[in-house]
Design a protein around this ligand. Structure first.
Ligand SMILES: [Mg+2]
Length: 327
């Protein structure tokens, strides 16, 4: 149902109210009467009027004085006022009306057609303004909602072990899991291998296909790597922007090489088109592999760094390949 629109009629004569009421029969309108300027001011402070039909000649505050006061109050200064006057169509008094904020004039005796159409214009203006205000409010609410969600997400990311984009471990998750496996391997004197992977020419990919597609590639590659891992304790995490780290507990170098080959095969199968990738045609990765028998005092940061140096060599050597080191 359409909301009713409040119209204020200010006139010191009851008969004039009745005349207006008999003309303004639009059922969308809610006519409110004031018998004086003082009463009008009071009503304006707790209503939102689409327009005020203001008699000019009234005892006490006249129409002009009332309008002047309304213009001084923030809440009421923008309410459109139509002066209704019997007195002279003298230019002087009309100008005075415009000075105090009249938007229009009506002359008594009232022409019903003119009154109706003028009020109708202000009714429509008012409804449109309300609609815009509602939309603005809705937008503002949405923005607040989004801001809250973003904050929630940041909080979650702070404590999460999962990378939100790819669904695999994030840096924090990697650190935690890696430390657990390092201790385990050190205790049982088992080998541990790391593969650090970096997408080749990924900046070119983003530049050419856009970041949305780029994110999609990161998700697909993450899943491919995951699919290439054999055992439940093997895992992959997102190490940086387009960098992944595979951790293979209880795995010597030759086992890690098997996994690296498998990852390459998966990516070949995946066959994501990438035209600016050293002529390979599809998305590829370079890898650095490092294998170690961790000790109690082994700093895994150092081992990751070794793997990273191998990755660098693979890149230097033309990408889409791996290099390895046994420590
Ligand atoms: Mg009067």
């Amino acid at each position: 149902m359409r909301e009713k629109v409040d119209i204020l009629i200010v006139d010191d004569l009851k008969e004039n109210h009745l005349v207006m009421e008999s003309v303004l029969t639009d059922e969308d309108l809610n006519l409110i009467n004031a018998m004086s300027g003082e009463e009008a001011l009071e009503l304006c402070s707790n209503h939102s009027f689409a327009v005020i039909l203001m008699d000019v000649q009234m005892p006490g505050l006249d129409g002009f004085q009332t309008a002047e006061l309304l213009r001084k109050i923030e809440k009421t200064k923008k309410i459109p006022i139509i002066f209704v006057t019997a007195i002279s169509k003298e230019k002087k008094s009309i100008f005075k009306g415009y000075e105090v904020g009249a938007v229009d004039y009506l002359f008594k005796p009232i022409d019903p057609l003119i009154l109706r159409s003028k009020v109708n214009i202000f009714k429509e203006l008012y409804l449109q303004r309300r609609l815009i205000e509602d939309i603005a409010q809705e937008l503002e609410n949405k923005i607040i909602e989004l801001t809250n969600l973003k904050e929630e997400k940041c909080k979650l990311e702070d404590i999460s072990l999962e990378d939100f984009l790819t669904g695999i471990y994030n840096r924090r998750g990697i650190d935690r899991m890696l430390e657990m496996h390092r201790r385990n391997c050190a205790r049982y004197e088992l080998p541990l291998s790391l593969i650090i992977l970096d997408l080749d020419n990924f900046k070119n990919y983003n530049d050419m296909y856009g970041h949305v597609k780029g994110d999609e590639v990161l998700r697909k590659v993450a899943q491919s790597i995951k699919g290439a891992l054999g055992r439940s304790e093997d895992f992959v995490g997102r190490y940086g922007g387009e960098e992944f780290l595979v951790v293979l507990p209880n795995t010597p170098l030759n086992g890690a090489i098997v996994i690296a080959d498998r990852i390459n095969n998966k990516l070949k199968e995946l066959n994501i088109k990438h035209e600016k990738n050293n002529g390979y045609g599809h998305v590829t990765v370079s890898m650095g592999i490092a294998s170690v028998f961790p000790k109690n005092n082994t700093n895994m940061e150092v081992i990751i760094k070794q793997a990273d140096e191998m990755l660098y060599e693979a890149k230097e050597n033309g990408k889409n390949q791996y290099k390895y080191i046994e420590l």
